[in-house]
Write a protein that binds this ligand. Sequence first.
Ligand code: IPM
Ligand code: MG
Length: 360
Amino acid sequence: MSKIAILPGDGIGVEIIAEARKVLACLDLSFEMEQAEVGGAAYVAHGHPLPDSTLNLAKSADAILFGAVGDWQFDKLERALRPEQAILGLRKNLQLFANFRPAICYEELTAASTLKPEIVAGLDILIIRELTGDIYFGQPRGRRESPDGAFAGAPEAFDTMRYTKPEIERIAHVAFQAARKRRGKLLSVDKANVLETFQFWRDVVTEVHAGYPDVELEHMYVDNAAMQLVKAPKRLDVVVTGNMFGDILSDEAAMLTGSIGMLPSASLNDRKQGLYEPSHGSAPDIAGKGIANPLATILSAAMMLRFSLDQEAAAQRIEAAVKSVLAQGLRTADIHSEGTRKVGTAEMGDAVVAALKAQG
Ligand code: IPM
Ligand code: MG
């Protein structure tokens, strides 16, 4: 039986995971599910954001359904104990190097985007972000006395941007294969005009391209890509990039769709073990109020069924149920507009369950 580790985390994580669990429970599938603390909640309970018990549970599972981590009350802790270290630790320990962040603008939500409807209507982009390398994890890093330059002797901080060839190759293969299943177009985003790391990235992606002659490859500098995302986003299809550029561009892409509250994500390793989480964060400002949008988490559960649990049909049922509640005019506060019905977190989850049951 497939095993799912459920890690709700902090803030709205707890509420939205509860809704995803309702949805999973009404499918005719049986899983072994085990829940554990992560992030600030784990720090409070066990003194560490990613305790061994949670890490071992995650390692032993086929898939991890993750809520969100982070809360202002933990911002003063030393970096190693902050909630964000939990998600970084899970990514690194499980080698979840391939992060899929789809940005889809649902027809019913076109008006919720800050961009003009004609720019975003029908938008369907897939950002593939490398997730375990780059400046996020590069060593050395730290603080020291500046060894040289105009400010030698002054205190300084530094991080290291680096990628090995195999790391670039494996994410490039994932991206070319994903592009092949869609429109056969791949955009690789880099900063080859300035950074050695990303000239190397461009060279390696070009080399890997030789094995995918049916896919059209384009390269673009990240500053231009940021501009194209708001200028003509529908020209983009599959975008592959490094960890830091992917972090930034995926938030930008999320805003094209109206609400980050709608966007799921998947982080996979080469064994198809995956961590599934909404693209939004823990939103401590609205936590506990019952108003958070659970749809990104519910859609993340659908991605989990598809990519890690081999249940494509169930994934499609959930996605259809989400479309149907939107068509019924139900909206949480983040996507609410005139003429639609504002509902809370639990009511939205119940509506998805009802839509699933109505499919017969
Ligand atoms: C994300 C988040 C994380 C990241 C933080 C919480 C560490 O912004 O998943 O995009 O920077 O990767
Ligand atoms: Mg981010």
